[in-house]
Design a protein around this ligand. Structure first.
Ligand code: NAD
Length: 251
């Protein structure tokens, strides 16, 4: 049986790696993002059959509706929705603008709402339907200077759990919670050698993730192998969130 997945934020990073991994696993993939050129470049590296690009902004309900409509027109149904599109805007309380706060809420959490609302009627018709959200370790606890991002990703984590209750047994809903991953989002951080050293000290595996290492966990959560996994926000963080936050006594 051919399965079809929508992957939002597929023009780069974790979303592009997820599109590649799903295509390798035999899925039809529908790539969404705001920038057509980037999506076309990712699609160009995938097998032509079974790939569709639908550009659009997940924070806009009409774009989310069109995304689902075009996916179903292309492939006849929808099995999986990967809500991966996201942005991050730094700023401690008092420094973060309302505009940046709202942008994060509207894209990171509102995008999940819009795409799920649009996709639900189709997912309900599919065998083995599922939703996989890209949350973050920032959706499990707080970061210094990231409280707006923490709010939006905390919403994604708890929407995942609540939707898993409401949509069972027909649709499983899970999330990944990556820590530092080598993508455009963290490009500025990757250039900061001192910050990377401090990350390596906090991550037991001693490094950040590559996008493919997050994509493979998203693919697992979408797979038949995970058919009894529901409502999980799974850290993909090299052990970072295993710590209670106290310093390393042995260092
Ligand atoms: P990225 O910037 O490469 O990818 C994010 C993608 O989302 C981009 O292609 C961007 O164009 C797209 N996007 C942004 N706003 C959109 C909108 N309104 N509509 C449609 N697409 C939109 O960064 P990434 O690290 O691959 O991010 C993917 C997801 O992973 C995000 O949700 C991010 O919050 C999350 N995440 C990233 C990290 C990290 O360290 N990189 C860690 C934890 C979670």
């Amino acid at each position: 049986m051919t399965r079809t997945a929508i992957i939002t934020g597929a023009g780069s990073g974790i979303g592009a790696a997820t599109a590649k991994r799903f295509a390798e696993d035999g899925w039809n993939v529908v790539l969404n993002g705001r920038t057509r050129d980037k999506l076309d470049a990712v699609a160009g590296e995938l097998p032509e059959m079974g790939v569709r690009v639908v550009d659009g902004d997940v924070s806009k309900p009409d774009d989310a509706e069109r995304l689902v409509t075009e996916a179903v027109e292309s492939f006849g149904g929808l099995t999986c929705l990967v809500n991966n599109a996201g942005i991050a805007r730094g700023g401690a309380p008092g420094d973060l603008s309302l505009e940046d706060f709202n942008a994060q809420m509207n894209i990171n959490a509102g995008g999940v709402f819009n795409c799920v609302t649009a996709a639900l009627p189709e997912l309900k018709k599919a065998d083995g339907a599922c939703i996989v959200n890209t949350s973050s370790v920032s959706g499990l606890g707080g970061d210094w200077t990231m409280f707006g991002y923490n709010a939006s990703k905390g919403a994604v984590s708890n929407m995942t759990r609540a939707m898993a209750l409401d949509l069972a047994p027909d649709i499983r809903v899970n999330a990944v919670a990556p820590s530092l991953t080598d993508t455009e989002m963290t490009a500025g951080m990757q250039d900061d050698t001192d910050l990377m050293t401090r990350f390596a000290e906090r991550i037991p595996m001693g490094r950040g993730a590559q996008p493919a290492e997050v994509a493979s966990v998203i693919a697992f959560l979408a797979s038949h192998d995970a058919r009894f996994v529901n409502g999980v926000v799974l850290p993909v963080d090299g052990g970072l969130s295993a710590s209670n936050g106290q310093p390393n006594f042995a260092a």
